[in-house]
Design a binder for this molecule. Structure first.
Ligand SMILES: [Zn+2]
Length: 111
């Protein structure tokens, strides 16, 4: 049994989702509360996920585009074919990537 942090009700562990990040190995909130939270924050979570994915792509942009000098040195052919393929497939997306990349660079310099 464990007491849910949110509703304060003591419930069997089967009513809690597992969570590797906590000491107990379970979420501190019961499944019902987690589900309620997800329902209420559905849009927010969706946006968050989208953002996270975009960030991941941008963060790996250096590598994908071969701006990582070390990686580029070892993967010259890969870089060339990747850039050529991407540009041909979706020029607008490459433009967006470049924009995001330059923005990120600018932010870095501002710091
Ligand atoms: Zn609860």
């Amino acid at each position: 049994m464990a007491i849910c942090k949110k509703c304060g009700i003591e419930k069997p562990l089967s009513d809690f989702s597992k969570n590797k990040n906590t000491k107990s190995g379970y979420h501190s909130e019961c499944k019902v509360d987690v589900k309620a939270y997800q329902l209420v924050n559905k849009e927010y979570l969706k946006e968050y996920q989208k953002k996270y994915q975009a960030t991941y792509r941008i963060e790996n942009y250096d590598k994908l585009m071969g701006y990582d000098a070390e990686w580029r040195k070892n993967n010259r052919d890969k870089v060339k074919s990747y850039v050529a393929k991407s540009n041909a497939k979706n020029p607008q997306r490459m433009k967006d990537y470049m924009k995001a990349y330059n923005q990120r660079k600018k932010n870095k310099n501002d710091q």
